[in-house]
Write a protein that binds this ligand. Structure first.
Ligand SMILES: [Zn+2]
Length: 422
């Protein structure tokens, strides 16, 4: 089933014409209404080919114009405001008109249907509700499809166990780390998460590897689908996997993707890895021209066997700003994760502790052996070897006691940095 056949399977020429027309309209809309863009956009844009002439927008621009400085409509036209958690200072604030919310629901419906959601299904929505866009994004998408949405939110795992057992939802939506935590704690309480009848899981809001996918599918006994989005663009619904699970389809009649070199900003060709940049094509309250997502991926426009014709992005490698430089080596936490989870006998939970107090950062990896007997020295040596091969670094391995690594009830914190400042 395809939610919106016209939009999701249109021909290349038709798609490009629509994108061109909407891009020109968006540039006109932003330059007429937002001082920030009026100052920076030199000339009108008429074609897709002109995209690269537009300036980038960065997260810092949102912070500098906190809270509403980049908005293109008066506040009386807003019907919803979300915000980031603002762990590094002021939150980034995003807003929606009624039409913006309609589009958000539409793209969520497309992506959820691609993962198996159907009218009449029940959705267990374990994304956090609140200022974070995950909870309400899936909520609205599920209602648009005609699902019975259970807005259970994150936290309180005992309640999740009860409702999953008693409501028997077909669909599960959560961050991958929290979904693992629900399954693990359910199993520890004597339950069998893979016998609950969940038929598909939709996971996102943090980068996750194929190894985590395998762990999720084993735990829940159903396929795990990747969903991508960010609040600055709309929230979840920017891209998602279909049954082919060969990249994430971008809802590119609403959000135009391009890949640029993260250092120089120069556009990259099809299949070349770089930073994902997105331009909103239909948003009215907070339109974004060439927003630097910081996410590292590659783009392909090759046909997909599901029949959808939109561009696809590869699963994320991580964010450019998540990349750690340790002893001069570039390390993505996702590479560490892939190497760790390939080791037999480890739980899918870990923490990378980077101590930056010395001149040369010290790295310790905390892992949890699964229950049962294991040879601690052999396990430590095996993990050290695997990590050296994967990331080219020697890392101290610390075997943690069962259940001692913090489980996430929202977005997982995999990296702990210890700096000299408190
Ligand atoms: Zn597909």
């Amino acid at each position: 089933m395809i939610w919106n056949v016209d939009a999701e399977t249109m021909g290349t020429g038709e798609r490009r014409a629509l994108q061109s027309q909407r891009l020109a309209e968006t540039v006109r809309w932003t330059t007429e209404r937002v001082e920030f863009y009026r100052r920076r956009v030199q000339k009108p844009v008429a074609r897709l080919e002109d995209l690269a002439t537009l300036p980038f927008t960065r997260k810092s621009d949102l912070r500098e114009h906190y809270p509403f400085g980049l908005f293109a409509v008066p506040r009386t036209e807003l019907v919803r405001i979300h915000a980031s958690s603002g762990t590094k200072g002021k939150p980034t604030v995003v807003g929606y008109t009624r039409a913006d919310l309609d589009i958000w629901r539409e793209v969520m419906a497309r992506i959820m249907v691609a993962a198996g959601a159907r009218p009449g299904h029940t959705l267990h929505n374990a994304y956090g509700y609140g200022l974070f866009t995950g909870g309400l994004g899936f909520h609205d998408g599920g209602e648009r499809i005609g699902m019975a949405v259970v807005p259970v939110s994150s936290g309180n795992t005992a309640r999740h166990h009860l409702l999953l057992q008693d409501f028997r939802p077909e669909g599960l939506a959560a961050t991958p780390s929290f979904a693992l935590h629900i399954a693990e704690s359910f199993a520890a309480a004597g339950g069998a998460p893979d016998s609950l009848g969940v038929r598909y899981g939709m996971f996102g809001a943090e980068p996750w590897t194929e190894a985590i996918r395998a762990a999720l599918e084993r735990a829940w006994g159903c396929p795990a689908y990747d969903v991508y989005g960010l609040s600055e663009i709309t929230g979840p619904g920017v891209a998602g996997e279909c049954e082919a699970r060969d990249g994430l389809h971008v809802t590119d009649d609403h959000f135009l993707p391009e890949i640029v070199d993260p250092e120089t900003g120069a556009p990259c060709g099809d299949g070349v890895q770089g930073e994902l940049v997105l331009t909103t094509l239909t948003k009215r309250a907070l339109p974004m021209l060439r927003y630097r997502t910081g996410d590292i991926t590659a783009l392909t426009s090759a046909p997909c066997r599901c029949g959808r014709t939109s561009a696809r992005i590869a699963r994320l490698k991580g964010r450019a700003d998540d990349m750690l430089v340790i002893k001069g080596v570039n390390v993505y936490p996702s590479e560490v994760e892939a190497a760790l989870l390939a080791v037999e006998g480890l739980e899918p939970h870990y923490q990378l502790v980077v101590d930056r107090r010395a001149t040369l950062a010290r790295v310790e990896i905390h892992v949890e052996p699964s229950g049962g007997a294991h040879d601690a020295d052999a396990l430590r040596t095996l993990i050290t070897d695997r990590l050296r091969t994967a990331i080219g670094l020697s890392v101290d391995v610390h075997l943690a006691a069962p259940m001692s690594i913090p489980r996430s009830e929202g977005k997982a914190v995999r990296v702990r940095l210890i700096d000299s400042s408190p």
